[in-house]
Design a protein around this ligand. Sequence first.
Ligand code: UD1
Ligand code: UDP
Length: 365
Amino acid sequence: MSEHIAIVLGTRPEIIKLAPVVRACEAGEIQYTLIHTGQHYSKSMDEVFFDQLELPAPNYNLAVGSAGHGRQTGQMLIELEEILETIQPSTVLVQGDTNSVLAGALAAGKLDVTVGHVEAGLRSFDRDMPEELNRVVADHVADRLYAPTDRSRQQLRDEGIPHDRITVTGNTIVDAVSQHRGIAAERSSICAELDITDDFFILTAHRAENVDDPDRFERLLEGVGRAAAAHETEVIYPIHPRSAKRLETFGLTVPDRIRTVEPLDYLDFLRLESAAALILTDSGGVQEEACILGVPCVTLRDSTERPETISVGANRLCPPDGGEIQEAVLEALFTDRSWDPPFGDGTAGRRIVEDVTGKQLTPIP
Ligand code: UD1
Ligand code: UDP
């Protein structure tokens, strides 16, 4: 039977990180079906990435939208099962740790379709985070686990997953960055549009544990504001819709030094990251990109599932309610930036599709 891959995605980071897998399928003329759960649906969180990364429109869009975890995941499960029964793929690929990943892995696993988990073996060891539950379940449902690093492979082995299910591929974010950073440098005029001349910092904060608690969100903003004032610099905060809604509901005021802007498209965000003196974030993908682009990072969280970024000296953890953001920023700014990014050589997308299909593919230039 020839391979037919169903690629399930639903949120901004999955679109970005699965784009190299879609490209590898196209280049190798592999049959694939793109299924969008509709978890993200605002133009700036969804369509803009399909356009800019030149991805084909999804074959199916479940349009589940926003809801509580149970309702959102349940609705995805119901609809995914129906589609998978209709199209009968040989493999379902999911990427990362969102509710779309949980639903994709479970729906396929229950139908006895081979499940491939891209970015397997990451652990924050914090079960209060919805992402941790999602990634643990996806890893233990998956038949093929694509670990980005040796460390994530070892984590899977420690949890009893047989070695022959695991392949270390690197992270597809390296493929995405290397395929787009040159184009971003050429085409993006975001620094001029935002009238940025001097050194500046970037902030992204959207994780539920940070922005759903009014006190914690307020302390995070105040801490970042103080750090920016101490360095007489400005912080650009492309604000995720979850955070924008919380700001409004909680009636929080953003400190003067922080400028909120709409979520950016990929080329503009990559360009901004490359030009920044420092990145403060609670995002998973942004921690990786900062490390790849050679920009020091402060992760505003209690834990990270990307400890490799800390080991190489690119990143440090700073819980946002501890009031120590200023010190973390100072330490980051004086970091030697000559670290080696630990996430592979930018061929993860091809390696994953080769593993799924057993076919050798031509490298994408
Ligand atoms: C989800 C993931 C998180 C990931 C993030 C990537 C889960 C449990 N969480 O969080 O791990 O880091 O995506 O960005 O899967 N909203 C919009 N427009 C959209 C999408 C969301 O306005 O296109 C608003 C809605 O008010 C919604 C809220 O954002 O209620 C949260 O959206 P949701 O998809 O539930 O979680 P994220 O915070 O996006
Ligand atoms: N990103 C973007 N525009 C923005 C903010 C982030 O294109 O305004 C990209 C960023 O380059 C990274 C991805 O979104 O590749 C990270 O997604 P997000 O932070 O939403 O989710 P996480 O990685 O935390 O799951």
